[in-house]
Design a protein around this ligand. Structure first.
Ligand code: MG
Length: 335
């Protein structure tokens, strides 16, 4: 099997402001695995919060491919060679091997997994932290979306949400990105429920398990774990502190682990959201293949980018539509 990889700098439409900082671009890693003349595509979006970058992901992918067993055994083969602390690299390799397997068999990845492409949940569009006028402008840009996700955890969260509510009555999802204290969360949640917020993601810093248990008991809004959950084995311990989890391929290390997370979350009575990092249409489409299995999709990372190198899943009437080609069904965008 031949491996090729290259970094791609994704330019952001708007400066991305989060509780943790701001940025104008992200560098992801695109990989190609070639076997018998068939090429599988994968993408890693390394997460800086966990000390990953494009170079460390590239090294990890090289090492994994050197030691890889049978590429047709994609999930287990990647699991056996995964590099500690580099789940985005594993996710890239596993999606490339699934793409390869689907192309070899002439079938879309969702078909190989027995997933109904028509059972898509509503997907949200993210509005970053910004001045109220800019926020209102962004809400107008997101016209085709049935739900919006608001990034909070800044200095003036109430003003931000009011700015959004002033221009739309669509359902809102809030991501606090670990930005609140228990007391702040207690005071915000009833008000957020009144404002038509359907869920709140990661209100408290990851690790505050006892505080989350207290918060879940009184919260009128479903609480979803993001930074608190990485892979399937994290789920049982947080089931009494959250109502749901946010699964991301780049956190958990691939579509196989995402499927295990879905099963474990269901067994614990948890709701499931499928999220993303800033990613091109390649990794977004890989996640979209699993979206019919979850309750909420938040797969808009490609729409925040102005130079997406790929064409894949699209959004129609607020829901994702999967491409029908073999493998992931993703194609290079010709510009
Ligand atoms: Mg989040």
């Amino acid at each position: 099997m031949i491996l090729r990889h290259r970094p791609v700098e994704l330019q952001l439409r708007h400066t991305f402001r989060l509780a943790r900082g701001a940025s104008d671009s992200r560098t992801n890693l695109i990989i190609e695995v070639e076997d018998d003349g068939i090429v599988g595509l994968g993408e890693a979006a390394p997460i800086a919060r966990y000390g990953q970058d494009c170079r460390s992901a590239a090294r990890a992918v090289e090492r994994m491919v050197e030691n890889l067993g049978d590429p047709r055994d994609f999930d287990r083969a990647v699991d056996q060679v995964s590099v500690a602390g580099q789940p985005a690299a594993s996710a890239a390799l596993e999606m490339a091997l699934r793409d390869l397997a689907g192309k070899r068999l002439g079938a879309p990845v969702y078909r190989l997994a027995g997933i109904d492409p028509n059972a898509m949940p509503v997907t949200s569009f993210t509005i970053g932290i910004d001045e109220p006028e800019v926020v209102a402008e962004k809400v107008r840009e997101a016209e085709g979306f049935a739900a919006l996700k608001i990034k909070m955890g800044g200095d003036d969260d109430r003003a931000l949400l009011e700015a959004v509510r002033a221009v739309t009555d669509r359902p809102l999802r809030v991501d606090a990105n670990e930005g609140w204290t228990l007391e702040q969360a207690r005071s915000y949640l009833p008000w957020l429920a009144d404002q038509g917020v359907e869920l709140v993601e990661q209100p408290l810093p990851a690790g505050q398990r006892e505080e989350m248990r207290q918060l879940k008991e009184v919260s009128p809004v479903p609480l979803f774990a993001d930074e608190s959950v990485g892979c399937a084995s994290d789920i049982p311990a947080l089931a009494d502190g959250f109502h749901g989890i946010n699964i991301k391929l780049m956190k958990c290390g691939g579509m196989g682990e995402a499927l295990r997370m879905i099963a474990v979350a269901r067994a614990h009575g948890l709701k499931i959201m499928l999220g993303c990092m800033v990613e091109s249409s390649l990794a977004i489409t890989a996640a979209a293949h699993l979206a019919p299995l979850v309750d909420f999709a938040d797969l808009d990372g490609n729409l925040l980018v102005t130079n997406d190198p790929f064409i894949g899943a699209s959004v129609r009437s607020g829901r994702l539509v999967l491409p029908t080609g073999p493998g992931l069904g993703v194609e290079l965008r010709h510009v």
